[in-house]
Design a binder for this molecule. Structure first.
Ligand SMILES: [Zn+2]
Ligand SMILES: [Zn+2]
Length: 108
């Protein structure tokens, strides 16, 4: 399965990425670390160039375009405003993990 970002014409193939790696990369991107997301994708078996392209298209915020912050829905969402591809892997699971992490740091 190959996806093309309408905004930057990047081609990415997320079907090669194993599930554990998706969760890790998605979490890293939501925390704001694209470098970490890229490392996770590389460990998942993607070549450097593809890991880089793909990490740049991961959502930084649930339900929002990675580029302009517009609305992007679904696992492979296309922004309503700018047309950029935004990849969101299992957002509900990712949200649960973030809530857990935040809950931990809030504990006295
Ligand atoms: Zn793009
Ligand atoms: Zn956008």
């Amino acid at each position: 399965m190959q996806l093309v970002c309408k905004k930057c014409q990047s081609k990415v193939d997320p079907s090669q990425v194993p599930p554990w790696c998706r969760a890790k990369a998605a979490r890293s991107a939501l925390k704001g670390s694209l470098a970490q997301a890229m490392v996770a994708l590389k460990k998942g078996g993607l070549p450097m160039a593809e890991a880089k392209e793909l990490s740049h298209h991961l959502a930084r915020k649930a339900g929002a375009c990675q580029r302009c912050g517009g609305t992007a829905e679904g696992a492979y969402g296309e922004c309503e405003k700018c047309g950029a591809l935004t990849i969101q892997w299992s957002p509900s699971r990712v949200k649960a993990v973030i809530a857990m992490v935040l809950g931990d740091t809030n504990r006295p």
